[in-house]
Design a protein around this ligand. Structure first.
Ligand SMILES: [Zn+2]
Length: 425
């Protein structure tokens, strides 16, 4: 092992050192901070060493990057996105700002079905290129790990194309991506128009789309939008049980629009995550905790849609592990910066800044099966790091939106600059 470079003498290194499991309760705020500390990165893109600067012990004389006055933390992991899509919905944004409601737009045949139409018409290369542009911006904002869902095809060919595009981001472009089949995102146009039954579409998802996805190993997870105006608990159960039978782990869009039973279903089926969770009660929280389901909160969507924020404090106090993600998608929230959403998780979901950092790094990585790889700063883990131009991580919340992120590394390589500048640390 050769040390490629050292991030030297940072005012603070947020190591988050600790076990691989998701943090809950009081442990949600454990950042394990080292002061006047250094991080050595090996030439294979891993953390070689971390500790007090005056104890630095690495072979050779690697370049040292002066990090005095700065903070180093694990790069962010975005555990809930819909990044592979074509087309934008900025006109719809203006309609909503003028007073139209998301569900009303959907009921009128707008919303997600516009994205479905555009995505069905887009080729795989175009989807890859459009998504890479989004990922480039997100990396500059500190995110190096991405969960990406399908769900803008609602038919076999397009769902497969979206997932293949997401896999190519990883295989051809080195982006760390975990994929989720969300074929049960909405009912397609022919079901809405009454030309096909709801059951027939659920059959297509269960009998055709999910088996094809599993055969090509295109998804790590399956997800269902189980909510008012979308899939019922019984429809969602069919899809999720079928997915689990095919070897996929489960995530569930639950209780965003009403207390519709999605959270209880996620607990009953032992899903990895239940996401959104605006309308939950003590009983739901008890079930989620008992089933070790992580609550994924998406405060950007609440902000953009003008909805209430999920009660993050209540989840922490109930001992449910919490992750926070962008939900980045063309309709309900196209915000890409998880650094900004981290601040919203404090102002909206009432997490502490420390809890919000755990929720966007280690806990998010746990939900993606990557706790051994990213989310903490420990030897042998990937050198996915953010350097902040401040000695106090709370500035991410205090000065939310300010350009505090000075450098972003993924596997030891700078990813926050144009390609021709990435050769040096
Ligand atoms: Zn979503």
């Amino acid at each position: 092992m050769t040390v490629a470079f050292v991030l030297d003498r940072a005012a603070a290194v947020l190591t988050l050192a600790g076990p691989h499991r998701p943090r809950a309760g009081k442990a949600m705020g454990d950042l394990c901070i080292l002061e006047d500390a250094s991080v050595a990165v090996s030439d294979d893109g891993r953390i070689a060493w971390v500790g007090s600067a005056h104890n630095l012990d690495v072979p050779g004389d690697p370049p040292r990057i002066d990090c005095r006055g700065k903070t180093i933390l694990p790069a962010f992991a975005d555990a809930h996105t819909h990044l592979v899509y074509a087309g934008a919905r900025k006109d719809e944004l203006e309609m909503r700002l003028a007073g139209a409601d998301y569900e009303a737009i959907l009921a009128a045949g707008g919303g997600i079905l516009h994205t479905v139409e555009a995505t069905r018409a887009a080729g795989e290369d175009a989807l890859v290129a459009a998504t890479l542009a989004r990922i480039d911006r997100m990396r500059r904002a500190g995110t190096t790990t991405f969960e990406i869902k399908s769900g803008y095809g609602l038919d076999l060919a397009t769902e497969l194309r979206q997932l293949r595009a997401a896999r190519r981001l990883s295989d051809e472009h080195g982006v760390r991506v975990r994929t989720t089949c969300l074929a049960a995102h909405a009912f397609p146009e022919d079901v809405r128009a009454g030309r096909r039954s709801r059951d027939a579409f659920v059959d297509e998802v269960c009998d055709t789309i999910l088996p094809a996805v599993a055969r090509e190993n295109l998804a790590d997870y399956a997800d269902v939008f189980c909510d008012r105006g979308a899939f019922s608990v019984e429809e969602a159960r069919r899809v999720l049980e079928r997915a689990r039978g095919l070897g996929l782990e489960l995530r569930v869009h639950a209780n965003e629009l009403g207390p519709t039973g999605g959270a209880a279903l996620a607990a009953e089926l032992g899903a990895v995550t239940a996401d959104h969770l605006l309308f939950v009660d003590d009983d739901d929280r008890t079930r989620l905790r008992a089933a070790k389901v992580t609550a994924v909160l998406l405060p950007g969507t609440s902000l953009v849609l003008g909805k209430p924020f999920a009660d993050g404090r209540a989840f922490v106090e109930a001992g449910v592990p919490v992750a926070v993600a962008t939900d980045s998608n063309p309709g309900s929230c196209a915000i890409e910066s998880l650094a900004l959403v981290l601040a919203l998780a404090c102002y909206g979901n009432r997490l502490s800044p420390a809890e919000a950092i755990v929720a966007t790094t280690h806990n998010a990585a746990c939900t993606l099966g990557l706790a051994h790889e990213v989310g903490r700063i420990e030897p042998t883990m990937a050198a996915d790091l953010v350097v902040l131009a401040t000695d106090d991580y709370r500035d991410l919340v205090y000065h939310a939106g300010s350009p505090l992120i000075e450098a972003v590394y993924s596997r030891g390589r700078r990813v926050d600059r144009p390609a021709d500048e990435t050769a040096s640390p």
